[in-house]
Structure formats: C-alpha cells, structure tokens
Design a protein around this ligand. Structure first.
Ligand code: PMV
Length: 376
C-alpha cells in the first residue's frame, strides 16, 4: 500500500447530512515509538496492547454546505464547546484533506467524551483521533458504497473498496496523521506500527494486527493505570519526538526497537513472562532515558513514579508474581500482569501503590479488541 491507494475519487454517491458515532480505545506501547520524520512517519517500529475501558466516544454530525472555501466545524467535550481543541483538528483536516476530499463540503459538529477523566494525565489523543478518523471514514463509506436496496442480496454490494480491511487500514492511516500512536487504536489486541523486517506486512503508514501466534497468557493481560500526576503534559509529544533529531543515542535506540520487536516474537509465542517483563520495563526506562539525554533534557517521572517502580520490583522478588510496569511520556505508571494473578496483584496495588497516586486515583483496564461503530 502507498499513500496514493488511500485516494478514492470520484465519489459515486451524494449525501446531504448524517450522524455517526464511534468509540475508540487508548493503547499502551510495549516497544515505544519515540522519534518521527515528516508526516508522522515513525523513526522506529512499535507494538502496543489495545486497551478496553479507556476510550473516547465521538459523534460526528454533518450537513452539506455551499461555501467550500474553508473547513467548518465545532467541537464539544462532554457537551461543552471547546474552541481550544479547534487548531489541532484544523491541522488534522489540512493533513487529511487530500485523502478525504469531501471535508470542505460539509459542516461538522464533533461531540466527544472520554471514559477516563480529561485531566487524568492519560493522553486522549490516541483514542480521540482514532474515533474521529473512524467517523470520517464512515462518511466516506457512505459516499462510495453502491446504493442498493437494503433487501438486496449481499452480492449486490460492492465490497472491493469499502471492505473491512481497507476501511481499517485507511482509518489507521488517517488517525496516524492526527497523532502517531492513534493509528494503533483501530483494532486489537496487539498492533504493530512501523516497517520492520521481522513482522510481515508491517508498515510506516498504518498499524497492522500482530500476525503471529500469541500464547494464551498474553490474551487477557491486565493494565492498572496509576495516576501519579494528573496535570497537563509537561512536554508535548511533538516537541518530545523532535528531540530525537540528532540525538546522541538515536541510531542505537532505533535499532534497539527493531531488535526488541524481533525478540518479542519468541516471547509472545512461548509465553515467556520473565522475558516479557525484562523487555517492556527496559523499553519504558529507555524511553525516559532518551528524554533525560536529549537537549534540552527533561525528567517526566515524579518521586512517586520511582517509589512505585521500586515497590513493584520488591514485591515481584518476594512473591514471584509476574507484575511489571511500563510508562508513557509522563509520570503515570501502567502496571501490567497476567489475568490469573489478578487477585494478589490488585490487592498489592490497593494496599501499597494507591497511596502514591494523586487523590488515590487509578484505572483498571485490560487488553481490548479495538474500536466499535455505535451508530450509523
Ligand atoms: O502519538 P504521540 O505522538 O502522542 O506519541 C506517543 C509516544 C509514546 O506514548 C511515548 C510511546 C508510544 O509508542 O505510544
């Protein structure tokens, strides 16, 4: 697939108005994406667990307009108009217009809500951008699908260009242009983004489902998110990614991500939990090490982040349970563990780790299977 494959013209149908709702989850990277080239092309491949409970629900209402000189849209979060969200969406529309040429022909109302608190320090860009990309894809689907009576047999429907695979790939491709990691939120349960030789079908343009065997122990993995710092992001992703340009360790870091993806293949197939823990914790700490070693440098972990990590290590050593952690570009800790160890680990989290969370807040989540169309 190339960028050109995502341009479908002319549209055979006309559409006056409509309303679509999608819900789309967040995701947590195991091998981290950190560093990008032009047009949100990643410097290295990444892989993530799609989450289940942390998600964004977006309703897109659209009606045809005559004046096509500008994009016209309003954004609402929890029913409240949010003009400060508009510049990001304006940039998103500018980037994707070539792939969705109908954007200037409609006035859009974008109503969005998250299942997690907006000020939780959990990035809503992955779930938010993927939900919006999916809503826009549903509009395109209506513009290209053959109009056939609903009573007609399935063979009358043209599935070639609007098949699920194409739909998901293009939704992921568009979401990537909104926020890189958003392209890993369309499907589940493990998604790879970024071209790498060890994963067949992997692409820099969109996320693909991890295509190899996964041991049962990884199928219902748990993620309890400890909200250490619920403040606004200290460093925007764009600024962070750009600090990998000319970074002293960039070349080795990018190579390490390829190597870790290859190693993860054996781990995922065999169910090697110790190997898994070592790899993902090293990835999380490497991400933060890159931030500390860039110029300008920054530390996004807080004292409580380190306190939690040390407690996790001690508890693991004492009990032999398979508790581990990963981090995003922030202070919050994702505690990862297999489902069959939930009762002991959750008890430990409640008794020992919740005290380090801001206002005692944490979110219980688990691996999920991707976005869902709620209403068309
Ligand atoms: O999608 P962005 O541009 O917000 O970047 C996300 C980067 C990390 O969350 C730190 C890692 C990742 O792969 O998700």
């Amino acid at each position: 697939m190339t960028e050109q494959d995502f341009i479908l013209l002319p549209y055979p149908n006309t559409l006056e108005s409509g309303k679509i709702t999608w819900e789309s989850p967040s995701n947590i990277a195991l091998v981290k994406y950190w560093g990008k080239k032009k047009d949100q092309i990643p410097e290295n491949p990444s892989i993530s667990f799609t989450l289940s409970n942390c998600k964004t629900i977006t309703t897109l209402t659209f009606s045809k307009k005559k004046d096509t000189s500008n994009f016209e849209f309003d954004v609402y979060l929890d029913g409240e108009k949010k003009d400060d969200f508009k510049p990001k969406i304006q940039t998103f529309f500018e980037r994707i217009e070539v792939y969705l040429p109908f954007l200037r022909n409609y006035k859009f109302k974008i109503e969005t809500k998250n299942t997690f608190p907006h000020s939780s320090g959990i990035a809503s860009s992955a779930s938010g951008m993927s939900a919006l990309a999916l809503c826009l894809m549903s509009v395109e689907k209506q513009l290209i699908e053959k109009v056939v009576p609903s009573s007609a047999p399935d063979c009358y429907r043209d599935e070639t260009s609007s098949s699920n695979e194409y739909f998901n790939q293009k939704a992921s491709f568009l979401a990537r242009l909104g926020s890189g990691s958003a392209c890993r939120s369309i499907e589940g349960d493990l998604i790879v983004w970024g071209k790498t030789n060890s994963i067949e079908g992997s692409s820099n343009l969109f996320g693909v489902k991890y295509p190899y065997k996964i041991h049962d122990v990884f199928k219902a993995y748990q993620d309890t998110i400890l909200l250490v710092d619920k403040g606004k992001k200290q460093v925007s992703s764009t600024v962070g990614h750009n600090l990998m340009h000319n970074h002293t360790y960039a070349k080795n870091r990018f190579q390490q991500a390829h190597d870790n993806l290859e190693k993860l293949k054996t781990i995922l197939e065999s169910g090697d939990l110790d190997g898994f823990i070592a790899l993902i914790e090293s990835e999380a700490l490497t991400l933060h090490a890159m931030m500390m070693a860039s110029m300008p440098y920054f530390i996004l972990m807080k004292p409580n982040t380190l306190e939690i990590i040390n407690k996790i290590w001690k508890f693991r050593q004492e009990t032999g349970l398979h508790i581990s952690f990963t981090l995003d570009a922030g202070a919050n800790v994702h505690v990862l563990y297999p489902k069959n160890e939930t009762s002991e680990i959750l008890e430990f989290i409640k008794n020992e780790l919740v005290a380090q969370c801001q206002n005692g807040h944490y979110i219980c989540d688990q691996i999920g299977f991707g976005a869902r169309l709620i209403k068309n």
